[in-house]
Ligand binder design. Structure first.
Ligand SMILES: [Mg+2]
Length: 122
């Protein structure tokens, strides 16, 4: 499977089947799924804790594999939550990017990570 050939629907089906095969649906309440997602995001952060910031292009293969493993955990729990709530992730992501594009228009934010200071010059 690769991003180029795999649909979001196929990933959703795969994680749904994984849970169903183990009869884990009863454990998959929203509180615990959201908590698990946060724990996995923290595991991702832990990979960088107390280490110097390294550009992505300079990250070693072992560290890259560890990041891939934790990102997978985060995405899997996101997929579980989307499945539990029947959220269309393509719609949700597209809508979110559109809202962000309105909030951070290119002409004002290109090359800038921060907006104008409240009350300051624009
Ligand atoms: Mg993990």
């Amino acid at each position: 499977m690769s991003d180029a050939t795999t649909t979001v629907a196929a990933l959703r089906d795969r994680v749904r089947a994984f849970v169903r095969e183990r009869d884990w649906e009863g454990y998959h309440n929203l509180k615990d799924l959201a908590t698990a997602l946060s724990v996995e995001a923290s595991e991702l952060l832990e990979l960088f804790l107390w280490r110097p910031a390294v550009p992505a292009s300079e990250m070693g293969s072992e560290d890259r594999a560890a990041v891939a493993d934790e990102i997978a955990d985060v995405v899997i729990y996101g997929l579980h939550i989307a499945n539990a709530l029947s959220i269309d992730l393509s719609d949700a992501v597209t809508a979110k990017v559109a809202r962000s594009a309105e909030k951070y228009p290119v002409e004002r934010f290109r090359g800038r990570a921060r907006g104008p200071v409240p009350g300051g010059p624009r």
